[in-house]
Write a new protein. Structure first.
Length: 143
């Protein structure tokens, strides 16, 4: 069976020591994830990624035209149902953070380096994307 598709954004900024990425807590288990959501009819994957960045993390910025990778995970739908999902990840160079956003009361956030983020997330494929961030988007200071 083909995995269900979701779209995600990997928000990042340049910090004093290199890239920092934004992780948010999942609402169900509280584990560290990146903002992601189900496809919506009138939105492209890139547009949906930007919407999820705002709704789940309260950030906006420049979303890359092309995905930087994908990863698979198993999502619990309800007590007895699970689904295999494939998440297509778009990069977002964050330019602004909102004071208020829709899910701010139900999620925590942390800005960390890609290596620390890779240690914090549960999904191995996401960890691999995080560890390759510099190769995927270029070195900090590159514009």
């Amino acid at each position: 069976m083909e995995p269900l598709k979701q779209f995600a954004v990997l928000p990042f900024v340049e910090g004093p020591e290199g890239w920092l990425v934004l992780l948010v807590s999942s609402r169900g288990t509280g584990r560290w994830v990146i903002p992601k959501g189900w496809p919506k009819t009138k939105l492209t994957g890139r547009e949906l990624a930007a919407l999820e960045a705002f709704e789940e993390a309260g950030v906006g910025g420049d979303v890359g035209a092309e995905p930087i990778g994908s990863f698979d995970y198993t999502k619990r739908l309800h007590f007895l149902a699970w689904a295999r999902c494939r998440v297509v990840v778009y990069p977002m160079k964050v330019t602004h953070q909102f004071v208020h956003w829709p899910e701010q009361r139900s999620r925590r956030q942390t800005w960390v380096g890609p290596e620390q983020a890779a240690d914090l997330v549960r999904e191995r494929g996401l960890a691999q994307i995080l560890l390759r961030l510099g190769q995927l988007v270029g070195p900090p200071g590159g514009g």
